[in-house]
Design a protein around this ligand. Structure first.
Ligand code: ADP
Length: 555
């Protein structure tokens, strides 16, 4: 039964639980108020009885006083006053008799009390007190005393009537008069005793009732407060515990413990929230598991891709290696016959040029015959170009295969620049360009002179190739910061900013290179040489205005 009730209670919605708790509290407070009202009602009745008793006693005393006056004055008015004073106790008497009937006559009782000058509002509490507590010793005793008082009063009235009849007769008997007066005095004393007893009994009853009512009130308040506090405590504790469990569950799930489940013991809002959190946890767990699976799959895929990439990279690397090795071998293999061919062509040219000095006209005519000279010069130039290209390729493969070494020694860059200008003067002139040198002073440094020569060769040959026949200037100087600064300026086609960013890379050529032979390696090799010296190279150029390449080498 208790388990069933607990379950029913747990399944109630929180709102219903709160309504229930508040409802019980309201009912208890109502009960407390009813108890209070009952207590007030009863105490009002006790107070009214004490008041009524006062009126009763006063009327009795006043009546006796009027009777005594009548004894001395024999004035009929005093005798009538005696009777009229007795109307008050008579009213109370009527009320008591009406209430003592087997079926109490409440209307009669009310009339009686009104005659006894009891206040109309006090009558109902008094009737209720008598009817409810007639079994209580004090009330029972007080009612009995009240009855005795009424009886004595009846006797007093009878004695008074007899006395009145005696004294108002033609010849009153003094002995009878005396006896009646003594009887009246005796009744008065007994009445006073009964009144005192009644009054004491009422006071004792009132104290007893007060104690009972206070105890009743105390327990009523105690019970109401205890039940209220207990219900509030139990309800709030169950709510707080439920909320704490939900909070804990939400936090654990939030921290990734998706397998955690809340114990759902009820079907109220907390139970529903618990089930919702459990569902959320289950869904999160399912999505997390799925996510993990996907991550695993994707990781496996990526691993496969990474392995494939690594394989491709290794293959590409090995292909590049093979290419570099092939280029290295090929350029070396080509270099030897090309050098031989170049030497043979040079020898042929030398021999041909020597012919006229040997004298015969025919020989001179043969030697100077343009049909012979032109192809020979052309062939020499082509062989030289080819030789330069192969030289570049050899440098590239040396760089790629890590066989590129510097042989630094103290050298004068200005002197090397002078050699370069001399070397290229004719080639520049053929293109219509002048080649000026500004190298006012020696610029000494610990550099590889062959590579410095190569740098200047590349930059000056490019200036001639892309210079559109305009003047070219080569400057060599010591900068304020101590670095050796070599710059080659032309007024040729220029280079766009996008191309400036990539022309120093391998096999990169600009638009200016279109129609001009080249591999796109010259500037790459130049940069490698400059950087191997710990220097920098940069270009400043505007398309159409020409370019200036500046190399800075630390001293
Ligand atoms: P190549 O001259 O063999 O093409 P380079 O590496 O020497 O290779 O030059 C790369 C590119 O830079 C050239 O193709 C050309 O477009 C551009 N370039 C180099 N020097 C100049 C210059 N002085 N004026 C204009 N363009 C140049």
């Amino acid at each position: 039964m208790v388990a069933w009730l607990t379950k029913r209670w747990a399944d109630l919605s929180i709102a219903k639980k709160l309504y229930f708790a508040v409802g019980i509290m309201a009912a208890l407070i109502a009960a407390e108020l009813i108890t209070l009202r009952f207590s007030m009602h009863t105490l009002t009745a006790v107070r009214a009885f004490v008041g009524g008793e006062g009126l009763w006693s006063k009327a009795q005393k006043d009546a006796l006083y009027s009777l005594q006056r009548y004894v001395s004055t024999r004035d009929e008015a005093d005798y009538q006053e005696f009777h009229s004073q007795l109307r008050i106790p008579e009213g109370d008497h009527i009320a008591r008799l009406a209430l003592e009937k087997p079926t109490p006559d409440l209307a009669e009782a009310r009339r009686g009390f009104l005659q006894g000058q009891v206040h109309g509002d006090d009558i109902t509490p008094m009737i209720d007190l008598l009817r409810r507590f007639y079994w209580v010793h004090y009330i029972d005793h007080a009612v009995k005393l009240w009855g005795q008082g009424d009886d004595l009063l009846t006797e007093l009235r009878a004695s008074a009537v007899a006395y009145h009849a005696t004294v108002s007769g033609a010849s009153p008997d003094p002995a009878e008069t005396r006896r009646l007066l003594d009887q009246i005095q005796s009744l008065n004393r007994r009445l006073t005793q009964v009144e005192t007893d009644f009054s004491n009994t009422l006071a004792a009853g009132s104290r007893w009732l007060e104690r009972i009512l206070m105890t009743l009130l105390f327990f009523a308040v105690l019970i109401v407060e205890s039940i209220g506090i207990t219900i509030t405590y139990l309800t709030s504790r169950s709510l707080a515990r439920g909320l704490a469990e939900l909070n804990d569950a939400a936090q654990r799930i939030g921290r990734g413990d998706f397998g955690f489940r809340v114990a759902t013991r009820s079907r109220d809002e907390l139970g529903r929230m618990g089930r919702a959190i459990n569902e959320m946890g289950a869904q999160l767990q399912a999505s997390y598991t799925e996510l993990e699976m996907r991550v695993e799959e994707r990781t496996a895929e990526l691993k496969g891709m990474a392995e494939e990439n690594a394989r491709l990279y290794a293959e590409a690397k090995s292909a590049l290696q093979s290419r570099d090795e092939f280029l290295s071998i090929a350029s070396h293999e080509l270099k030897t016959p090309l050098t031989a061919l170049s030497l043979q062509l040079q020898m042929m040219k030398n021999n041909l040029n020597a012919l006229p000095t040997e004298g015969t006209n025919a020989a001179r005519a043969f030697a100077e015959d343009p049909k012979l000279q032109k192809p020979l010069t052309g062939a020499l130039s082509q062989v030289r170009n080819l030789s330069d290209l192969i030289e570049e390729l050899m440098d590239l493969t040396r760089l790629r295969l890590g066989k590129f070494n510097l042989r630094p020694e103290l050298c004068d860059v200005a002197k090397i620049a002078r050699e370069v200008v001399e070397h290229f003067r004719e080639a520049a002139a053929k293109k219509g360009s002048t080649l000026a040198l500004q190298a006012p002073a020696p610029v000494l440094g610990n550099y590889d002179p062959t590579r410095i020569l190569q740098i200047l060769n590349n930059l000056v040959s490019n200036a001639i190739k892309y210079g559109r026949g305009n003047p070219i200037c080569l400057r060599v100087e010591r900068a304020a910061d101590g670095t050796a600064r070599l710059s080659v300026s032309d007024h040729g086609v220029g280079i766009t900013p996008e191309e400036q960013a990539r022309i120093f890379e391998r096999f990169e050529r600009g638009r200016s290179g279109e129609g001009v032979s080249g591999l796109g390696l010259g500037l790459y090799i130049t940069r490698q040489i400059v950087e191997a010296h710990g220097g920098t190279i940069e270009v400043q150029s505007r398309p159409g205005d020409g370019s200036t390449f500046t190399v800075s080498l630390s001293a």
